[in-house]
Design a binder for this molecule. Structure first.
Ligand code: ADP
Ligand code: MG
Length: 218
């Protein structure tokens, strides 16, 4: 269960304070796929960063796997993040000098055990990347890059997946592959929170939460 309660987050800016999140609450249970929709600048990325334990909110709480995330010491929060959460980004964020196989193993590259290698190999097969296993990101299409990033995010079977516009750079065919894979993963008992401004991504969700545009206060 991932639960965010009454979250507010503001950023200081040259034209005044930007209130990116204004008292938002949301719960995603096991097996659930929740989409958050909203126009560009409505706070979607901010929401995911807060939900994923990467950005301290001004007010409110985030509860993940029974932990009050921002009450944990920062090291314990990092461990929880590494163990329990998988992130997928619009921009893929692959490591350019590693191969597909190595990128997928990146979270455990210091000490890859045989279980992780087998799981990486399995994800490569299921995501149709066999022919690209030893290629570097610059040699891949956008769709292949995102499939690689998806495999990396799911390597450790996280209980929560947070996806930030994961189909934003993909054509319909590759977008559908990514959405199918994420939906299936959620259906296996994990919680998926996906933010997007695209109808095609939101249509797949069990529930859609709409964010409104950000208000600036001088
Ligand atoms: P979205 O992902 O929906 O496009 P963001 O969460 O990225 O929205 O941004 C919400 C608002 O907060 C925007 O007005 C953006 O300019 C502002 N913002 C985001 N990050 C920062 C930051 N680090 N510093 C200042 N303002 C920011
Ligand atoms: Mg964003």
């Amino acid at each position: 269960m991932l639960e965010i309660q009454n979250i507010t987050k503001s950023y200081p800016g040259p034209r005044g304070v930007v209130r990116a999140l204004d008292g938002i609450s949301l719960r995603v249970g096991p097996g659930e796929f929740v989409a958050v929709r909203g126009p560009s600048g409505s706070g979607k990325t901010t929401l995911l960063l807060v939900a994923g334990g990467m950005l301290h909110p001004d007010e409110g709480r985030v509860l993940a796997a029974g932990h009050d995330v921002y009450r944990l010491p920062s090291e314990a929060r990092s461990r929880l993040r590494a163990r329990a959460i998988g992130f997928v980004f619009q921009q893929f964020h692959l490591i350019p000098y590693l191969t597909v196989f190595e990128n997928i193993l990146a979270p455990v590259l210091a000490q890859p055990n045989s279980g992780a290698r087998m799981r990486a190999q399995d994800l490569i097969a299921r995501l149709g990347l066999e022919q690209r296993r030893d290629h570097r990101p610059s040699e891949l299409s956008s769709g292949e890059r995102q499939r690689c990033a998806l495999a990396r995010a799911l390597l450790h079977k996280p209980g929560f997946v947070l996806a930030d516009e994961p189909t934003g750079n993909l054509d319909d065919h590759n977008g559908a592959i990514v959405l199918d894979f994420l939906s299936e993963y959620a259906a296996s008992g994990r919680a998926l929170l996906l933010v997007t401004h695209e109808a095609r991504a939101a249509e797949r969700a069990h529930r859609v939460v709409q964010l409104e545009a950000v208000v600036r206060t001088p």
